[in-house]
Design a protein. Structure first.
Length: 150
């Protein structure tokens, strides 16, 4: 054969690269800490095109940032529908950043905003989630410090 075929692109990996790029942009556009948004994405671990059912209130979670279906009633105001949240990684990430920023604007506290991202205004229910996310955020921050010290 006169040439080698290029390797096939891993679709999942390519989409995750896009998700990470969207996280950087959304963090800037919504003025939320990039590494916090990244930590929430890691905790949520949703997938483009994926709906996760089973919330106790009958709602379900959508896409990479696991946007709760209760937010669907707010999305038409911004010309966003369920299909976009489900299949467009940037729309999903931007929605997650918007939700987080909204909770931050209410609480003026990133920890409480993170708890609310998980549990709405029932902050106490979201505390274990927030502790986990903040642990991830701290880990990412320390890795950034080590990387920049070299």
């Amino acid at each position: 054969m006169p040439f080698d075929m290029p390797p096939l692109v891993n679709h999942t990996q390519a989409v995750e690269v896009q998700v990470q790029q969207c996280i950087k942009s959304a963090a800037i556009d919504y003025n939320v800490p990039y590494l916090l948004l990244r930590a929430i994405r890691h905790k949520e671990s949703g997938t483009v095109g994926e709906v996760v059912k089973g919330n106790s209130n009958g709602s379900y979670d959508i896409g990479p940032m696991q946007i709760n279906s209760l937010w669907l009633k707010e999305m038409p105001k911004y010309d966003i529908d369920k299909d976009q949240l489900l299949n467009d990684p940037c729309t999903n990430v931007y929605a997650g950043a918007w939700i987080l920023k909204g909770y931050y604007d209410h609480h003026n506290d990133w920890f409480k905003a993170t708890a609310s991202y998980n549990a709405g205004f029932r902050v106490n229910r979201g505390l274990p989630y927030a502790r986990d996310v903040f642990g991830r955020w701290s880990k990412y921050y320390k890795q950034t410090l080590v990387a920049t010290a070299d």
